[in-house]
Design a protein around this ligand. Structure first.
Ligand code: SF4
Ligand code: SF4
Length: 81
């Protein structure tokens, strides 16, 4: 999964770009639900949130590092495939 860093400026760009509805407004910045973030595996070649973020504040969540296979499995679970 990916992680939004504290320097997020709440520009609202990433939330609608996420195909899994994994991004939500948290206590003070946008946050990513690691249970829903597939790093866009299953939908796109690149993480859409990173593509749209104007300040590049989205990084790999080191607490939730997953292989491509694990991300694909999460995608299939999310969509009951
Ligand atoms: Fe959503 Fe993809 Fe960003 Fe994960 S990488 S939060 S699935 S847009
Ligand atoms: Fe924050 Fe980047 Fe999302 Fe904008 S696109 S709300 S700056 S994480």
């Amino acid at each position: 999964a990916l992680l939004i860093e504290q320097d997020c400026i709440n520009c609202d760009m990433c939330e609608p770009a996420c195909p899994n509805e994994a991004i939500y407004y948290g206590e003070s910045i946008y946050e990513i639900d690691p249970d829903k973030c597939t790093e866009c595996v299953g939908h796109y070649d690149d993480p859409q949130c990173i593509d749209v973020c104007p300040i590049d504040c989205i990084i790999t969540d080191t607490a939730h590092k997953e292989s491509p296979q694990e991300l694909l499995k999460k995608f299939k679970t999310l969509y009951h495939l």
